[in-house]
Design a protein around this ligand. Structure first.
Ligand code: EPU
Length: 424
């Protein structure tokens, strides 16, 4: 198990390019299951989660070739409908295979994904949706079996207690593309990753109306074709670099992500006095040194276009850098605060009140050993390490490798001092 040593105190400077969006990729790779034709996906980040997903697809029978760095070719000729527990338990995004396998084979068996450190993550909305399409759902020895002789379009509502479901929307849209008749999904997720998936499905020949809105209408087709598609840039990676630049009083230009996908965070940052130049044509965001000008903030995480939960942990680090009190309320995963205790080890002043973090700045952090618990918590610990005095050792850094491509190298190119070490 690797750990990293971060030597804090440098102001980040320079240019960084973000990789393809992890959370778009999983569903897009799964979309290859919808056809027996050749599919090519470009700008796929080199990540542990992508490796797992590729392995999962291979065990289902998909022939997969890496054509070039970040470019994969997939051909799903003869398929199995049964996903192995060993791979599914390592990655919740495995659920994304359900919709396309149902569309294609009319059956799928998937070990129920277990708990997760960021909170309870049920898939009840996915399963209710499959039932609406005419499938029977049963649970036997921890394995969910979904079967339907043929899928039939229907009205589906995907709004839950915490808003819509992102992977649930991906699953139901993909299943509906091969269902008989029309499916109308209400309270569909509007995340850019879902929009990008819908565009890819259109390239495959799917008929989808309302893309980007909470109401999606899908006219089912008998067959879909292959695709050659380039994944959008990762808005969460871009947001993480934005925050890294601000907290180090740096000057960083971030390329490769569409600023329109970052409206919520850009809005908050501009309101608190951040000096940022956005170029929508060039798709770049430039952050100027402005730490001393920043004012405290109050944010609540919400489904898109609200503030993304996947930037909540990183915003906690920004909050402790700004003099005064900032508040962050988590509405998607009310228990997603595993990073707080670790940040406190570095000297951060944070109080948790239910699902609200009260953050007090300015920060006076000093390096220590801290433990990463999940992907975004790891990113927050890296950020804290960048501003802590002395050396911060982030353990269990494999969590970070699930979702950030070459994060150490990218930060080091901006002037950070990060070194990877073996944990023993
Ligand atoms: N929910 C239900 N029932 C369901 C599905 C979801 O109650 O059937 C609840 C969840 O418990 C949660 C909320 O609805 O409170 C939203 O969950 P959602 O299903 O939207 O999450 P997801 O699709 O499992 C994706 C991303 C997450 C990201 C969330 C929210 C992927 C592979 N994962 O998860 O990404 O946090 O949407 O935006 O797309 C990450 O990248 O670090 C990450 C966790």
């Amino acid at each position: 198990m690797d750990k990293v040593c971060i030597c804090g105190g440098t102001e980040l400077r320079g240019k960084v390019s973000v990789s393809g969006a992890k959370n778009a990729c999983m569903a897009m790779l799964a979309a290859a299951l919808l056809t027996d034709e050749i599919c090519i996906l470009r700008n796929v980040p080199d990540l542990r989660d992508v490796d797992f997903f590729i392995q999962l697809l291979q065990t289902l029978g998909v022939e997969i070739k890496k054509l070039a760095p970040n470019t994969w070719q997939l051909k799903a000729n003869s398929l199995s409908s049964q996903a192995p527990y060993e791979l599914v338990r390592q990655m919740r995004a495995s659920v994304c295979i359900m919709g396309p396998l149902l569309g294609r084979l009319h059956e799928v068996s998937l070990p129920l994904p277990g708990g997760c450190v960021i909170g309870n993550r049920p898939i009840d909305l996915h399963l209710q949706g499959f039932e609406k399409l005419g499938c029977q759902v049963s649970l036997e020895k921890g394995i969910i079996h979904v079967q339907g002789k043929s899928l039939k379009g229907n009205a589906i509502f995907l709004g839950g207690r915490f808003g819509s479901t992102v992977t649930g929307t991906a699953n139901l849209v993909m299943a509906a593309t091969l269902a008989n008749g029309i499916t109308v999904i209400e309270s569909a997720a509007c995340e850019p990753e879902i929009v990008d998936l819908c565009h890819l499905l259109q390239q495959m020949g799917a008929d989808i109306e309302g893309i980007g809105s909470p109401q999606l209408t899908i006219h089912g087709k008998e067959k879909l074709h292959g695709f050659d598609y380039t994944v959008i840039g990762d808005r969460i990676e871009a947001g993480t670099f934005l925050i890294a630049s601000l907290i180090t009083n740096g000057h960083v230009k971030i390329d490769g992500a569409n600023p329109k996908h970052l409206t919520a965070i850009l809005h908050v940052l501009e309101n608190i006095g951040a000096s940022i130049r956005v170029d929508t044509k060039e798709q770049s965001i430039e952050v100027f040194p402005c730490l001393d000008a920043l004012k405290p903030f109050e944010i609540t995480t919400l489904p898109h276009p609200g503030f993304p939960t996947d930037l909540q942990a990183q915003m906690c680090v920004l909050g402790i850098c700004i003099p005064g009190l900032s508040l962050i309320t988590e509405r998607i995963y009310p228990q997603r605060f595993m990073h707080v205790a670790e940040l406190q080890r570095l000297g951060a002043r944070i109080i948790l009140e239910g699902s609200t973090a009260i953050l007090q700045g300015p920060a006076n952090l000093s390096g220590a050993d801290v433990m990463a618990s999940d992907l975004r918590a790891s990113a927050a610990l890296y950020l804290a390490g960048l501003i802590a005095k002395g050396e911060t050792f982030v353990h269990r850094v494999y969590h970070l490798d699930r979702g950030y491509e070459n994060f150490d190298q990218k930060l080091n190119q901006l002037g950070a001092k990060i070194q990877r070490l073996a944990d023993n």
